[in-house]
Design a protein around this ligand. Structure first.
Ligand SMILES: [Zn+2]
Length: 675
């Protein structure tokens, strides 16, 4: 037991931002720091760290706490482990208290599952090194694979002897609880050993604890699965564990790349050869949970496939999921008949590294296109099917710039007109966005329910929100008294334009008076208003329109625009809106990122209104021009239908101009044109 005095000292000295920065990259935003939440999947940072309060809070999933809680959650540490970790980090000497027998019991109960697994790991290891059968069957197998003794020990490899219940008896003799043995799946319900005559692999969690074991069969004459794993338990969730992640997490972060292989022995071989950023999805096909695990450390994944043509095609289907999670996926196909383990042995470490880092590492989408194309040959029906399939993959890529590159490349590969592919891709993107939007709405409702609940429970009483940004300004957890929530208009959720409109207004209110261009001596407000003059009547939201017009009047009368003016505005509605917009100054770019699937590289810096203004305008104009263009097209159709060709031609000229503007804007924004 750590003495209370030490615990206090740790709490006083530990800085939550220090601790979190070891795992999450944070950027300053006002008095807080923000980053992508490590506990849920998000593209827009809602994970907020307050150095002043020494706490963190995610406004996406609701997780929050201090440095100790972060470590417990993120690293799956127990409370004392988290304290010890912090003590080591800050060089605090730990004073221990005598442990009472009661405390010991409690601790044992908490750690008992891990302890039993650890006993099993040690037992199998002992069998491997110290029994004749272990040596001749198990150790021999590993040595044949080229594993060195230190590697075998590091990865906790072992041997499970044949026989009915050798292990179970040994465990019970060592006073381990028979019930726990069954719970962990080490012993069957009939009291016999689950793992028999198998070489054993240890599966660790991220903090290196033994969560499960796996065994590979040694007998060749028995009909049984080649590999078996511990069952799902309280401490083992297959879909959230990657084999080797404990050893690989540091190297993955350092190299900013994760290598994904299929087998346990592939992980171990590569690791032993010094390629340490490697994991395998143990006993399952890749799951979203496992992808989230990878995303904690990097967004670059390289998948190594055995050179087996039939297997590759099937495996490729699973990879789409990686794309959707915004990972950059490259694929390396090993020469036919080779797996990573065998190929490494054949060519040696350096050649292997060259191979997987060189030209053989192909972009996933292009590789898929290439493979499918070869298969389809010249059959036009098959080719159409393939295009549809590839388009679905491309549409999963969240970054529009990347998407348009893929479209270009595939149009070349397929010898298909780029416009057709753009069109198909946009359709697929729209379909997928619709699905995601539905998911987002469900998530929002859940979040709101949770917020309401935690308010009732008085959870997080020290947090007050104004300093904290939220993704959705309509929702402020734990709003302080006197804070009037902005009424969300129904239309806002149904039309996209209000997002752009709101952002223009946000910029006008928050930075309207700032100097935009020193040489020309114009303000942000002047710049913005100048550029939207022609579409100002086209605002969907009447309140925003009123503000824009008021700003116009102010500029005309040389009255300087300040946020104060709007924060103290006589019109209550405008005042409330101003408060809300000022409370989340960066809402704009980020909402667009999620809403329009457009990734902005430039976020943060405290005074970013120049770039913000520029982007805000382009998006605003793009939407408006698109709408005008639609109206115009309708007019052309009507006129043509009624035979008034002369008039139609006038509109056609306008249309041409509109298309030019639109494409120009889209090109600047790097988006695929939304038709
Ligand atoms: Zn979260």
């Amino acid at each position: 037991m750590i003495k209370e005095k030490t615990v206090q000292e740790i709490f006083e000295i530990a800085r939550v931002e220090d601790v979190i920065q070891d795992y999450v990259s944070l950027k300053r935003r006002g008095v807080n720091l923000i980053g992508l939440c490590p506990f849920h999947n998000e593209k827009t940072p809602s994970f907020t760290v307050s150095p002043a309060k020494n706490i963190y809070k995610c406004f996406g999933c609701g997780k929050g706490g201090n440095a100790v809680q972060f470590l417990m959650e993120h690293e799956q540490f127990t409370y004392p482990e988290a304290l010890r970790h912090l003590a080591a980090k800050y060089g605090i000497e730990i004073e221990e208290e005598e442990v009472s027998s009661e405390q010991r019991l409690e601790q044992q109960r908490a750690d008992s599952l891990f302890l039993v697994n650890e006993f099993a790991r040690n037992y199998y290891q002992e069998q491997l090194f110290e029994t004749d059968l272990g040596k001749s069957i198990g150790l021999n197998y590993f040595k044949e694979r080229g594993f060195r003794e230190e590697t075998i020990k590091k990865f906790g490899l072992g041997y499970a002897p044949d026989g009915k219940d050798k292990f179970t008896l040994a465990a019970v003799n060592a006073s381990y609880n028979a019930e726990l043995l069954k719970q962990l799946g080490l012993t069957t319900n009939y009291g016999s050993d689950f793992f028999r005559n198998r070489v054993m692999f240890t599966i660790h969690n991220l903090s290196g604890k033994v969560v499960a074991l796996a065994g590979r069969i040694m007998a060749t004459d028995v009909k049984a699965p080649k590999y078996i794993n511990s069952p799902e338990t309280e401490i083992y969730h297959k879909s959230k564990v990657l084999y080797g992640a404990y050893f690989a997490k540091g190297p993955i972060r350092k190299q900013d790349e994760c290598i994904l292989v299929e087998g346990y022995t592939d992980v171990i071989s590569l690791h032993q050869a010094g390629i340490e950023n490697v994991v395998a999805s143990s006993g399952t096909s890749l799951t979203t949970g496992q992808i989230h695990l990878i995303k904690r450390y990097t967004s670059n994944v390289k998948v190594l496939f055995d050179g087996d043509p039939a297997g590759i095609k099937a495996a490729l289907r699973g990879i789409d999921m990686l794309l959707e999670q915004d990972l950059n996926v490259r694929i390396v196909i090993l020469p036919e008949g080779e797996d990573p383990d065998s190929y490494l042995k054949k060519v040696g470490t350096e050649a292997f590294k060259d191979f997987i880092n060189g030209e053989e590492a192909k972009d996933f989408i292009l590789l898929k296109a290439d493979l499918l194309l070869k298969e389809a040959g010249n059959d036009p029906i098959k080719r159409t099917g393939i295009i549809k399939e590839i388009v679905q993959s491309i549409a999963r890529v969240p970054d529009p710039l990347k998407r348009s590159l893929f479209v270009k490349e595939c149009s070349r590969l397929f010898e298909v007109d780029e416009d057709i592919l753009i069109n198909e891709t946009n359709k697929a993107v729209a379909g997928q966005m619709k699905r995601r939007e539905q998911e987002r709405q469900i998530e929002n409702r859940r979040r709101q329910r949770e917020a309401a609940r935690s308010e009732q429970d008085g959870e997080f009483p020290t947090m007050e929100p104004p300093g904290f940004p939220t993704e959705d300004p309509g929702y402020m957890p734990g709003e302080p008294p006197g804070f009037i929530p902005e009424q969300k208009s129904k239309r806002e959720s149904s039309t996209g334009h209000e997002f752009q409109e709101k952002d223009i207004i946000r910029l006008l209110i928050s930075s309207g008076g700032e100097v935009f261009d020193k040489e020309e001596n114009i303000t942000v407000a002047e710049y913005l208003l100048d550029n939207i003059e022609d579409v100002i009547d086209d605002f969907d939201n009447q309140l925003y329109k009123a503000i824009a017009q008021e700003c116009q009047a102010m500029v005309a009368s040389k009255t300087s625009i300040s946020s104060k003016h709007f924060l103290n505005h006589p019109d209550q509605k405008i005042q409330v809106l101003a408060v809300n917009l000022m409370a989340s100054p960066y809402e704009c770019s980020e909402n667009w990122a999620t809403r329009w699937d457009i990734f902005l590289n430039q976020k943060d810096p405290d005074k970013n209104f120049e770039k913000d203004s520029h982007k805000a305008l382009m998006y605003f104009r793009l939407r408006k021009i698109t709408r005008i263009s639609e109206k115009n097209m309708k007019k052309i159709k009507e006129l043509s239908a009624s035979g008034d060709h002369e008039e139609a031609i006038k509109y056609l000229t306008v249309q041409k101009k509109l298309n030019e503007i639109r494409n120009d804007l889209a090109a600047q924004l790097g988006t695929v044109v939304i038709k």
